[in-house]
Design a protein around this ligand. Structure first.
Ligand code: GUN
Length: 293
């Protein structure tokens, strides 16, 4: 079994991004600028956004974190997004999801100018991705593709089972892996809550991407020998043994599944780090297009 090491791969890619940023700044250009908007106090969202802001600093990006209380109205948030859309010094905007129930995520995503939608969630960008046109690919599936590419894994002809059909992970992942690209060219089965016999399907999989948000959902009896396992889950479990009072557990029972896998991502230290890395790549792309305008 080989670990798909998100720390190692993300360090490598972040190094490349930092060098590109340094070259732009040395030539007299401003740094790339990402604005992150966080509404409410959800601890996991706070942790994700603070990692994104920290990574911006590490790579020489400018970042602005805008925080709102959960009572913020949708109209107020949309007004702020419109203002940032018009600000030429901002290259990328992300609104951390989930949002409080009274705010429509669709309205918010559609308000972001597609050229600044570094999450790749806007319908225009999702449509371009589906057609294989250049665009911002949602960060988690993009990060997974970068990881597979880094390890030189040839996925062509493989059967991939994606568990979970969210708009931001499962569905785009199924599209990317089925496209005529490398990595890609897989035969993809997209499983969800109504799927019959997930275990039987997983047992046929050369690659399993687990993205359902259920701790240790994928167990060893669901995995064939030599399968490639990608664990997207970041579940917070209560723990007496850590200072924070919780520990992170993936959607895969790592301890037992790793004995059967050819490659496997750990949690933490796997897909999560790649997601941030992919977001930074998208922001650099947005910046390059913006300064060329
Ligand atoms: N919530 C969970 N994942 C993501 C992500 O990739 N981007 C945003 N904006 N919110 C998220």
């Amino acid at each position: 079994m080989q670990l798909l090491d998100g720390k190692l791969v993300s360090q490598h890619i972040k190094g490349e991004i930092a060098n590109q940023v340094k070259a732009f700044v040395t030539s007299g250009k401003r740094a790339p600028h990402l604005v992150a908007i966080l509404v409410g106090e959800d601890p996991a969202s706070q942790a994700y956004v603070s990692s994104k802001v920290k990574t911006c600093a590490e790579l020489g990006f400018q970042s602005t974190l805008i925080r709102y209380e959960s009572s913020l109205s949708e109209a107020e948030l949309l007004r702020k997004i419109h203002a940032i859309n018009l600000d030429p010094t901002v290259d990328g905007i992300l609104v951390q999801l989930p949002l409080p129930k009274h705010i429509s995520e669709n309205n918010v995503i559609e308000a972001i100018k597609p050229e600044k939608d570094v999450d790749g969630f806007h319908p225009v960008n999702q449509g371009k991705m589906m057609l294989g046109l250049p665009t911002f690919i949602p960060a988690t599936p993009y990060g997974i593709m970068l990881m597979i590419e880094h390890y030189g894994i040839t996925t062509s002809g493989m059967h991939c089972v994606v568990i979970g059909r969210s708009n931001i992970v499962g569905t785009p992942m199924s599209i990317l892996l089925s496209r005529n690209t490398e990595p890609g060219n897989c035969t993809v089965t997209l499983c969800h809550s109504k799927t019959k016999d997930i275990k039987g399907l997983c047992l046929q999989a050369d690659i399993i991407v687990a993205a359902i948000g259920k701790p240790k959902f994928v167990t060893a009896d669901m995995v064939k020998d030599g399968a490639i396992i990608v664990d997207v889950g970041i579940n917070r479990m209560h723990s007496e043994e850590t200072k924070s009072g919780f520990r992170l557990v993936g959607d895969v029972d790592f301890e037992n599944v790793s004995a059967k896998a050819s490659y496997i991502t750990p949690v933490p230290g796997g897909v999560g780090l790649m997601t941030i890395c992919a977001l930074m790549k998208n922001t650099l792309l947005a910046y390059m297009a913006n300064i060329a305008r």
